[in-house]
Design a protein around this ligand. Structure first.
Ligand code: ATP
Ligand code: MG
Length: 731
């Protein structure tokens, strides 16, 4: 009965889904069961067997990368080009509709897309025109308000202020924003969806056209659609066009961004006559990995329920590495990756997954040290993030006030009423007199060329930088960074301007910069003995920002947050930072709903692994500027212990040889068990350093010329020092 080779490499349930009669279908299945594969094959089936034109098919995926992969796979299966097929993200498809029907959508032909930064700037300009105080009305909140209303499908005229003056004001801003966008011919992300939805809803001709054209609509990762996307789908499908949705309620991880898990739960009600098909065989992971994933997700309530199995191999146990700190964690992982590569594994087969972007920093720097090319996906590398560059610009100015780029970056950031006109004038003078902006600014205060208001604002900025330079003179590096970050008021700025995760992430990253400074060990360069620690650190930041990230096409380790790993698979996966407060994230532990979303995220992480999964946590972690002593994540306890194997480093380089034996499966490590280090220093020993004074040894690692110790100095705080350079005296 097999009529097409398209069905050859599919199991019974997958075939049913691929060759199902034309009606709404929900493929509800766990990770790695072939949902995406089924969706791709379904399209090939429709074209080849049902004889549909690719033009009559609309497929929605979650990322642009997934969309282009999907098109490639379909072409491969069909051995033909499928140019007329519409496949893309919701935003991409909505954009396409608006480009084609700009006139009907009441847009200029040349309309442009407003990204979120542009959107924020636009809102600020409008607020200024309306004479609104940014402190009272955080612009980010207003942007959030506008986007949320659009996601609900509401225009300003639909909103009722219910006599609430604050709400009335917000609606006014929304309304003015809308007028400005229209006048400027720009549309923001939410507008793409809403405008195309309205276009299809109100223009009956177009509606009929597209409903007629699209005979099949297919959606991947259906569990993460939001209300507007869902409305969009229902509108374009009408009563006739069947929707083929594939998804996994256990992988819904965008609730915090408005995704509605209910969409998948309600699918069968909204689309009567719908057939639900379940796939139960997993083709991705070993039995061990799969069992672990199943057992974890079993702790969530209200699931639609699935049972995944595999006839694959049992595979290796899941390795659990208890690092003593985040550096140890990164080094262990780097070592494992080297081993993998030595055994002829590809680096691109390896993924390092973490909960929060700030965790990438230590990996980046360890991989750089170990010359392991990597690529950070879906986020900027640490030293390239805007808020980090802001803080670095302040630090640079304290050292070198002539650094015009740094000056320009922060002169009015956070805003201190130095307007664009003033900066323009500074630039002009600097250019004609061939001097630095800083010099010109210093004199500007008394020059009379500026309005008294501008002169006074510039004066305050100059004073601020001078005060920073003075305050940080002669204090330890981490305190220098901390002081400058604090005086800059960048944290307050981000906290006030960007509510929620985004603002918090920026604050976390700024704190992480302080951590970076604390654990920074200056490489002693003989030719530059006088280079101060701050300059060395700033050069390190600048160099590190430009390095490490592999070239296009180079074989690189893949680093990304768990959120961006959705849908992907890798032979070797490192799941890092499994600590209470980090993962599950602090913001979620008190709320059952959010805790379950964190657990789904962990499920997504585990199920990315094909052959080997390595989980790690640190007993002590410098993150966001603090030392935390977090307990291991509850998610670890939710995995069956018989599937796990605790790893101890083979040779704990700093422990004495009689402790090194039996390194695997030994009981929990404690520094006191390994009192003497290789180099003869004891943990707990008092030492003296020429510059930092007296302190106590807390930790030690490495051997020979790489031996390092961590010392808690009475004055200077905790520092890692390379023994070969530190010239410590025992006392
Ligand atoms: P996720 O939930 O993570 O998005 P998924 O359900 O979409 O996963 P796929 O990515 O489609 O799963 O498939 C997982 C892996 O299993 C892929 O490598 C795919 O090629 C393979 N696979 C799926 N079905 C089969 C099959 N019948 N025979 C062989 N390999 C299969
Ligand atoms: Mg998939």
């Amino acid at each position: 009965m097999d009529v097409s080779p398209i069905l050859d490499k599919l199991n019974q349930q997958q075939r049913m889904a691929v060759s199902a009669p034309t009606r709404p279908i929900l493929v509800l299945a766990g990770a790695g069961s072939g949902k995406t594969r089924v969706l791709v094959h379904r399209i090939a089936w429709l074209v080849e067997v049902e004889g549909l034109s690719p033009m009559s098919i609309l497929a929605v995926t979650f990322t642009n990368k997934a969309a282009s992969e999907m098109r490639g796979r379909i072409q491969e299966l069909l051995n033909m080009q499928v140019g007329g097929l519409w496949v893309g993200t919701f935003h991409g498809l909505a954009h396409r509709l608006l480009r084609m029907h700009w006139r009907e959508a009441n847009l200029p032909q040349t309309f442009q897309i407003l990204d979120s930064e542009d959107q924020l700037r636009m809102v600020k300009r409008i607020m200024k025109a309306l004479d609104m105080d940014e402190n009272r009305w955080p612009p980010r909140q207003l942007v959030g308000f506008i986007n949320a209303r659009k996601d609900d499908g509401s225009r300003p005229q639909h909103l009722d202020d219910r006599g609430d003056p604050a709400l009335r004001q917000m609606i006014r801003v929304y309304s003015a924003y809308e007028e400005t966008c229209q006048r400027n011919g720009v549309v923001d992300f939410a507008e793409l969806l809403l405008r195309s939805l309205e276009l299809l809803r109100d223009n009956k001709e177009l509606q009929a056209h597209y409903r007629n054209r699209f005979r099949h609509i297919l959606v991947d990762e259906f569990q993460d659609t939001n209300a507007l996307q869902y409305a969009w789908l229902r509108l374009i499908s009408g009563d006739r066009t069947p929707v083929f949705a594939v998804g996994d309620d256990d992988q819904s991880i965008y609730g915090w961004r408005g995704a509605k898990i209910e969409n998948i739960r309600n699918f069968t009600r909204h689309f009567p006559d719908c057939e639900t098909i379940r796939l139960e065989q997993n083709y991705r992971s070993t039995e061990t990995i799969l069992k672990a994933a199943n057992s974890l997700i079993d702790h969530n309530r209200g699931r639609l329920g699935k049972n995944l199995w595999t006839d694959g191999q049992e595979g290796e146990p899941i390795l659990v590495y208890a690092a003593y700190n985040e550096i140890d964690e990164a080094r262990y992982i780097a070592g494992r990756i080297r081993q993998w590569v030595d055994d002829d594994g590809l680096r691109s087969a390896v993924a390092v997954l973490y909960r929060s972007n700030a965790q990438s920093r230590v990996f980046e720097s360890t991989f750089n040290e170990n010359r392991i090319p990597y690529r950070v996906y879906g986020g900027l590398r640490f030293f390239e993030r805007a808020e980090i560059k802001d803080a670095l610009a302040y630090l640079r100015l304290t050292i070198n006030p002539a650094d015009d780029a740094s000056f320009e970056r922060i002169v009015n950031h956070p805003p201190r009423q130095i307007g664009e006109r003033t900066v323009d004038l500074l630039r002009q003078i600097a250019r004609t007199e061939n001097r630095s902006l800083w010099e010109v600014a210093r004199e500007a205060v008394d020059s009379g060329e500026f309005t008294p208001r501008a002169a006074s604002a510039i004066g305050h900025f100059i004073q601020l930088i001078e005060r920073m330079a003075q305050d940080i003179h002669g204090i330890p590096l981490a305190e220098q960074v901390e002081a400058v970050v604090s005086l800059s008021r960048l944290k307050d700025h981000f906290r006030a301007r960007e509510k929620g995760e985004q603002g918090q992430a920026r604050v976390d990253n700024l704190n992480e910069l302080i951590s970076a400074a604390r654990s920074y060990v200056q490489v002693q360069v003989e030719e530059m003995p006088d280079m101060d620690e701050l300059s060395a650190f700033l050069s390190h930041a600048a160099l590190e920002a430009g390095e490490g990230q592999g070239e296009a096409g180079e074989d690189c380790v893949q680093m990304m947050t768990l959120h961006s790993a959705k849908g992907l698979e890798f032979p070797l996966v490192f799941l890092c930072g499994l600590e209470e407060g980090l993962f599950p994230h602090q913001m979620s532990v008190d709320e059952p709903g959010r805790l379950e979303e964190e657990r789904r995220l962990c499920y997504v992480g585990i199920t990315r692994a094909e052959q080997l999964l390595v989980i790690s946590y640190a007993e002590q972690r410098q993150l966001h500027g603090q030392t935390r002593f977090n307990a291991p994540s509850r998610f670890l306890r939710e995995l069956p212990p018989e599937l796990l194997e605790e790893v101890r480093p083979k040779v704990q380089t700093w422990q004495t040889s009689h402790h090194a034996s039996g390194s695997r499966n030994t009981p929990k490590r404690s520094p006191h068990a390994f009192a003497q280090t290789e180099s003869g220093y004891n943990i707990g020993q008092s030492v003296r350093h020429e510059k930092f004074g007296e302190g106590v040894i807390l930790n030690a690692e490495g051997s020979g010329s790489h031996a390092r110790v961590e010392v808690n100095f009475q004055q200077a705080g905790r520092k890692w020092l390379v023994l070969a350079f530190a010239r410590l005296e025992k006392c």
